[in-house]
Design a protein around this ligand. Structure first.
Ligand code: GDG
Length: 447
């Protein structure tokens, strides 16, 4: 096979290139290993004249990273407004907070055309191209318009809603038409595949969509969880617990993750099961993301207020019920924090997959594993039925599950964890990438 070309809005930062952090970078690192490959995307930098730029090329461990700049207006309209202010909430079923402007759509298309213009000169005929995520729905068609005949696959990392929601997007039919240019379209779950196939059908188009649930590198995460157990940070956390149970939540600061709902569920636990007061600590790690988008600023204010209010109402002079952090924690430390935790609380209102649930499982000690509480609305839920599955809109459901998890006997925790761990170690990031690329090679419907 020729080279693998990966295209995503952002490429891994120089640090992530050797120490990949998220699922996408981990999964693709395995996919690009041993194959000549090129990863193309936005540099994270701005310039005024983007038409005449040349991609910046940087080769690390056999992978060439090719990056281009955007203008500040393109960043605002393409990335903040259209991708994250409209497509993200729409795909997470949040039509009440979307904001559509034709000018933003024009710039979204303009940036997809710019990506194509800048990428085409770097391509060879036997390349295989893999496009990622909602920022780049029309890229395949832009490449075809420029004569690219290679196999082009597309993977969507976030959910895809049914037609009744998708049709709210004024350009939904245009996007779906463009997407027929891909040789293979992959999504996270069977539900997403069904929804997208149905949307094609409703627009008079025929296109198969397949589910490829993404995973993690469980071995690497487990090793980090064990090897960081005696670091100063982990020792400090352990000492500060003073034998209290630890509940952990880890999410980008994003309204799709159900963090206020989680806080309400935890407060319901303190009210309805007061025996846990002073015997439990909830550590919520929530690095700020997309701080330029208004709905994210509003969520941050809401969480600041809610965490402060719950602490004020329930804390004692020697106990604080919630430790709420908006700073990121280094990945190896995070892995050990998961291992120390008795319970993980993963409560998205909608999530493509949710890698945190899988990371928590991978980090556990087989002799004394913690319990996972997981939303029905995470893409991971169908594979992880041995978690305590909850409806995040029901704070009493969260409270009951927390009580069950905090009091679960060791043999039940082990039994549930073993089944979960089997899933996480079978469906890895490498397995995901391999499955997609094999299917893409098999596809024979290049237009
Ligand atoms: C999208 C989809 C899908 C979080 N806080 C810190 C930190 N993290 C890491 C986690 C995990 C990653 O970020 C988050 O991954 P998720 O899957 O949970 O969520 P999204 O970022 O929304 O990802 C999602 C995913 O794409 C892959 O397809 O699963 O559904 O929305 O790895 O550990 N990492 C570090 N410090 C933190 O404070 N180092």
């Amino acid at each position: 096979m020729g080279r693998l070309i990966v295209v995503s809005n952002r490429v891994p930062s120089p640090r992530e290139r050797t120490q990949p952090a998220g699922g996408l970078t981990v999964g693709l690192k395995d996919a690009v290993r041993g194959v000549e490959s090129l990863w193309f995307g936005w540099s994270g930098e701005y310039s005024d004249d983007v038409e005449h730029q040349k991609p910046n090329l940087d080769k690390v461990e056999g992978v060439t990273y090719a990056t281009i700049d955007l203008t500040t207006e393109q960043h605002e309209r393409f990335y903040e407004n259209f991708s994250n202010g409209l497509l993200w909430p729409l795909c997470h079923y949040r039509i009440g907070i979307i904001d559509f402007h034709r000018e933003d759509l024009r710039v979204y298309r303009e940036v997809n055309a710019l990506f194509a213009d800048q990428l085409v000169p770097l391509l060879r005929p036997d390349d295989t191209i893999w496009v990622h995520d909602y920022h780049l729905f029309p890229l395949g068609e832009e490449l075809r318009k420029r004569g690219v005949k290679s196999k082009i696959g597309f993977f969507l990392h976030i959910p895809f809603p049914p037609w009744s929601v998708t049709r709210v997007l004024p350009c939904a039919a245009e996007f779906l038409t463009d997407m027929t240019s891909y040789d293979l379209i992959g999504v996270q779950t069977d539900e997403d595949a069904h929804n997208m196939s149905d949307c094609f059908h409703m627009c008079g188009l025929e296109k198969d969509v397949h589910a490829f649930p993404i995973g993690i590198d469980p071995k690497e995460f487990a090793e980090q969880a064990i090897s960081s157990l005696e670091t100063p940070e982990v020792n400090r956390l352990r000492a500060s617990l003073r034998n209290r149970k630890l509940i952990i939540g880890v999410d980008r600061l994003d309204y799709s993750k159900g963090i206020p709902e989680r806080f309400h569920g935890y407060e319901a636990l303190l009210k309805r099961y007061p025996e846990h007061i002073n015997n439990v600590i909830f550590l919520q790690i929530t690095p700020v993301s997309r701080g330029g988008v208004a709905s994210y600023q509003a969520l941050r204010r809401e969480l600041d207020e809610l965490a402060g209010r719950i602490c004020g109402d329930h804390a004692d002079f020697d106990w604080t019920p919630i430790r709420y952090l908006t700073q990121p924690v280094p990945r190896h430390i995070l892995a050990s924090f998961h291992r120390l935790a008795d319970v993980a609380l993963v409560t998205p209102l909608r999530d493509g997959m949710n890698l945190v649930a899988k990371e928590f499982v991978a980090a556990q000690d087989a002799e004394n594993p913690g319990a996972l509480i997981l939303s029905h609305f995470a893409g991971a839920a169908p594979e992880m039925s041995e978690a305590l599955l909850i409806n995040p809109y029901d704070s009493d459901d969260i409270a009951d599950a927390l009580n069950t998890a905090l009091t679960m006997p060791l043999d039940e925790r082990r039994r549930r964890w073993e089944t979960l761990d089997e899933e996480v170690t079978t469906r890895t990031a490498a397995h995901w990438a391999h499955g997609f690329l094999v299917k893409l090679q098999e596809s024979n419907d290049t237009p």
